[in-house]
Design a protein around this ligand. Sequence first.
Ligand code: BDR
Ligand code: CA
Length: 324
Amino acid sequence: MTRKIILDSDPGIDDAMAILFAEANSTIDLMAITTVYGNAMIENATNNALFLKKKFNLKADIVKGASKPITKTPVGPTVIVHGETGFGDMLIPKQDEALIDSRPAYQYIIDMVKENPGEITLVAIGPLTNLALALKAAPEIVNLVKEVVIMGGAFGENGHRGNVTPYAEANIHDDPHVADAVFCAPWPVVIIGLDVTQQSFFSTDYLKSLCDQSNEVGEFMWQVNQYYLQFYSKKLNLDGCFVHDPSAIAYVINPDLFTLRKGAVRVVTEGPAEAMTIQKLDDIRYPHDEWSDMPSQQVGIAVKDTELLDLFRQDIIDYANNKV
Ligand code: BDR
Ligand code: CA
């Protein structure tokens, strides 16, 4: 049986890799890409999603979402990592906007979840603004969603605490208040944060060899990754990149790749630790405990990285070669 997902994304170079991974895997039914600001302005993020739909003939609906955080002053696009328009230095032509669904992303999410009760997994790989807007407008969806899988946050496991501040990960830092609302809602959330995404690594050699075996899919992935790889090389002195957004898709395909830890999760919304994600472990009791009534969520703390890389490679190669 296939698993229906709505992929909420800010494309974004690693978002593009995640979108193609979801499309490539036969157990996933990629129903829609709902876009959000983050790596790029919302217009560019949506244009990039439309570009992927056209280039790879995706059946997924493309739905435009939030252009800015709800509470916080916008941080602005991550140009240094993803380029001016989100896809590095690739020049993406302006796409036909008539293909965009007429609803705002949050409304699309509500409608789809209600039409498919218990069946839809929301996978969010950008700031959580669309999910929070959906929750606010229709809180009852918490009982209708199958699972919420999020790439975001960092809990200090394996030494990973932040990538945009010493204590904050980019997607949560863009809109910490909404992230807190999403984690505190009584729906089942799995958080695939830096604790695990920075434990898997696409070396430049891995990417080159994969791209060489994957026709036009590989050609696009290689081209779009050039800017990203340069950032990693120049700023982090690494010959390759971490596997952020594709890790959330890997979790949906095969949860056994990850070890999860249960407990309520909160987000710090101000101060020097703004956007820090913290978890209280379920089985520990305290005399003073404001967390005791909070829903227990799951946080990824370990990953079988070699198996994850093998899964990604095989899915992309099979997809690319069946296409020709
Ligand atoms: C996350 O931030 C974005 O730059 C990436 O696309 C990913 O979703 C990693 O911190
Ligand atoms: Ca992203």
